[in-house]
Design a protein around this ligand. Sequence first.
Ligand code: UD1
Length: 372
Amino acid sequence: MTRILDLIAGARPNFMKLAPVVRTLVADGRLPFRIVHTGQHYDPSMTDVFFEELGIPAPDVHLEVGSGSHGAQTARILERYEAHLLERGAAAAVVFGDVNSTVACALAAVKLGVPVVHVEAGLRSFDRTMPEEINRILTDAIGDLLLVSEPSGVTNLKAEGVSESKIRLVGNVMIDTLMTQLPVARARAMPERLGLNGRRYGFVTLHRPSNVDQPETLGPLLRLLHELAQKLPLVFAIHPRTVAAAGRMGLASLVSEGQKDLICLGPQPYLDTLSLVSGAAVVLTDSGGLQEESSVLGVPCLTLRENTERPITVSLGTSRLVGNDAERIRAAFEDVLQRKWPAGQPIPLWDGHAGTRIVDALASLNGRSHAT
Ligand code: UD1
């Protein structure tokens, strides 16, 4: 049986979580590993640039699955990762976050008796209309070692009857990346490069199906962004899914480049995003990662969702849930403009050392039998 760990990443939010684990494994030297890229994200701006900026070695295995419906994409990953495991085996499959690659590889592994380690386990939005919620529940149900980023994750897993012996609260590994990269990111001076020298501005991302897939939701949201941008310039880093949806709906002019107050850009590399977020007066987003990053940076975050699987960003951090309702968003935005926003408090174990705790937990897998 091989002693090589598979570290599996496929979509943009995985890469910032993978990087510190790889760095720590290399420095530690105890555990041999392979990087498996599923290819769920494939545009260079959604993947290659993250590997380069974060110093992640090129993947050892690339499954090249590309886009598709959820069923098709998940099935392709499952089939191709299973073939890889049948040929080469693995000491464990380490999966990250809540994307389709996470659940597909976990399922392939567990059926072959390969232990599954889930980094960012236990988070729950309690909203089963979110594809990510299904991915989280299923991955945790078949995981052998569940590495949790915030206390709610431990509570949720215990409530689902998961044995305590599988659960470790290790903190938020994405914050390791933020802390390492912040000085480099700030030096990139993105606000200045966009002509925002010394001005207050906001940073926006939107990509969740619940916000971008229906014209009756996306249209009003885009018009609202234009309205808010009259009060505070907004930098909008637009996900390919959102650009495609706006195009289909005849809304392309609302997200075109070259506008003065709503500065529309394509997906941004990690360092440029961090540069923009760290200098922003406010973030408007439906991204889970950005809720966490703005909380650590003390930047007010209007979370354009009705729920969050990361409740600590609301209780201790700087996030407020505003849904996609124009009145709630306007009211929160006004609070930001008037600087009426709680500063947020430090979040336990979001301290830049989660990678070390994860590698220690991986080392403890040695000798543990595969749970049935
Ligand atoms: C995925 C994750 C989501 C995560 C997001 C971050 C799932 C279920 N969703 O959503 O949790 O927050 O990544 O980005 O796994 N596309 C491109 N180029 C790419 C990738 C995608 O153009 O490199 C376009 C395609 O039109 C594709 C669409 O984006 O159909 C959606 O991509 P997909 O990977 O299915 O989901 P995301 O919306 O990116």
